[in-house]
Ligand binder design. Sequence first.
Ligand SMILES: Nc1ncnc2c1ncn2[C@@H]1O[C@H](COP(=O)(O)OP(=O)(O)O)[C@@H](O)[C@H]1O
Ligand SMILES: [Mg+2]
Length: 853
Amino acid sequence: MMAQYRRIKSGLPRDALLLFRLGDFYEMFFEDAQIGAQLLNLALTKRGGAPMCGIPYHAAGAYIARLLKAGRKVAICDQMEDARPGQLVKREVTQILSPGAHFDERMLHAEQNNYLVALHQYQGVYGLAATDLTTGFFQCAEVRGEPGLISELERLRPAEIILPLGAETLHQKLKDRFRYITGYEDWVFLPETAVFTVREHFHVATLDGFGLKNRLAAIGAAGAVLHYLTQSLRRDVGHLTALSYYEPSDYMALDEATLRHLEIIEPANRDTGKAATLYGVINQTVTPMGARRLRDWLTQPLADVEAIKRRQDAIQTWVEHPDLLDRFRTALHEVRDLERTLGRLCAGSGNARDLVALKIGLEQLPALSKLLGDVLSLPPETVGAKLCELPLPQEASAPETAQPGLLACLKDSLREQPAIVELIQRAIVDEPPSSLHEGGIIKDGFDSGLDELRRATREGKEWIARLQQAEIERTGIASLKVRFNSVFGYYIEVTKSNLSKVPPHYIRKQTIANGERFITPELKEMEGKILGAEERSVKLEYELFQKVREEVLQHLRVLQETAGALAQLDVLSSLAEAARRHNYCRPVVGAEGVLWIRDGRHPVLEQTMVEERFVPNDTRLDNQNEQIALITGPNMAGKSTYIRQVALLVLLAHTGSFIPATEARIDLVDRIFTRIGASDDLTRGQSTFMVEMSETANILNNATPRSLIILDEIGRGTSTFDGLSLAWSIVEYLHNVVGAKTLFATHYHELTELAARLPRLRNYNVAVREWNDQVVFLRKIVEGGTDKSYGIQVARLAGVPRPVIERAREILRNLEESELTPEGNVRQATRHRAERDRLKQLPPNPQMDLFGF
Ligand SMILES: Nc1ncnc2c1ncn2[C@@H]1O[C@H](COP(=O)(O)OP(=O)(O)O)[C@@H](O)[C@H]1O
Ligand SMILES: [Mg+2]
């Protein structure tokens, strides 16, 4: 047996732990045992000198999940035949699981994809292929440059990455950001090899049909994914029925910092909960497929006006038909997770419940199609979005192409499958068990062979039931019982007092406390028939299940397309529901760099605020006149909220969603850059100021006039004068060189002086009312600078003891008129004003003003 073990082990990828089936256990040996014992906290034993540890077969799932979570691959080696004494059992590795390729519900999130990604650099381009085995997702792309690659990976958040063994530099660069990265044989990634792998998988002669013409880097990655799954992990990938190429530049770039700062998917503070994210308030999806797709849409905003309008049209149609929307969502709710159901059925881990779930999903299609037909043809129930008073973008002169709308296209992709529904309905019971090996799956009347076996079983059991009565009459023993146990099957039980009446042909089997147990030859004969028929019918049921499954999967491609359309319909109706529930408007989108929002609200805060009402605010930015908004105001006034809100609305508009405002025009931006909050990054180990400056550097180096930049309290991480000087010169650079629309929140009032020098900079502040020495935050953004910081009033609101407040006030008074020496004496000279005056005298920045004012 150990020889068998060694042979099997030597055929595995080196980093896979081998779980070797031995009776009721999966055993690990040698080094695997040591690793396994440590990871799973198990006792290490010895067998013939070899270290070994085992996990019980029945609880294996939970242990395997822990090994995968620890980033290990797990090879499952099963017994391929029943054990016979004295003979070596045939064993085979049935599958190899890895973090990016498994179906373990314990580790999968219904609302999140589990991606395996392969990377390949070829002729200066990064090829990337991503697949999710649980849903059949398979896409690839090419990216130029490392930052682009990293943001794409951060968006996908792969469960596992593979790259060529030779790509060591890339491995080094990625290894701190992504957990499970494995090197895989280089030759597999070579386009020559990969083209062949991919062509063979799809049975096609050319890959041009997938949009892969001359995309050698992407092909390399796609081929590697297929090779890795089939050859190294020995997995079935039949359900990867299509490969699509996407162009990252079709989407707005969103880097990891912005995703994090704006709390798009995850809250910045883990304790806050998902509800406090953009995804949390927007997500009204009713299926897990829709929820996953919505995440994609939020992290992959569109970069094309027409594509955005198509989504907006679809949402508007729903908003105008609230009744139909309700009914559509109710019907959609029944559909559940078709993508993963199909994934499981394909991968062989699906059971009869999956078939029933599929049937229930498919049964909704006629109703869903009908509702879509209605919504597309009936006149609106409510008045549509009101006409925008804001200037409309100049329409491109290209003639209107009468392309059918998105809803109509998706409706066409819903392909009803009456034959499949009928088949499953006829074959599978309505509430099947999860096991495929205990019978009870197939309906009566589906298969005559099965009916026959079942009849035999039933009749046998009836015969036995009748036997008891017959024997009682024959022997005159009224308390005689016919019973069954798993040790010796059917038997006749007679109590002690009646033993004398037992007929001679009864064969005694066992003596118990108050009687004896007997069998008879005819009883055993019938038992043989019943058990034989039962065993055969369970086997037959399994075979019939497999047949039905295969028949259903004949239509896999169409079913997957239908599931994909349902996912998109779910997202669109969810966005419509959010728009309706939260009172959103449809933004006008164009391409002229205009950003005007009337009464914008912060989508998350407006939902989570309980005590106060959220105060809406306007925004006006463009590239010609109002490029930079400098927002000053005391702490707690609402500056950070406001600038984040603008970024969130711009992002949301790019996904095609409606936004929380009364009206808005949001022209496309190529990227949203954010630099926010000095205290948020403590966990990352770098000094906060260093993080702040490296993020700022990234922005200054990469932003274009089409970008939107959000800067919050730049310079806070260092001393006042350093910080102020940096902030000053950063604003100048943004104005004179970068040219990107910028919102800049700061507590440095001195920066308001910049308005006099930089023509495209506007000062704003957050209105505050002073009342009896108290401050009231009005949360309203108004034009003009401010030079009061109200720090002391805020400290008082926060409960700082009265004497401290009084003393601070006294010191402030002195400072405002004069300056304290280090000893606390007052030195004449008004620092504040002097500082101002000095800044005023600063010669203009010699840097050329690109925008020529
Ligand atoms: N528009 C608004 N309407 C109502 N409350 C707001 C608004 N903006 C901010 N707030 C409240 O004020 C608090 C402080 O806002 P924040 O943006 O952090 O201020 P700042 O950045 O100016 O210090 C927020 O936590 C929120 O509760
Ligand atoms: Mg702030």
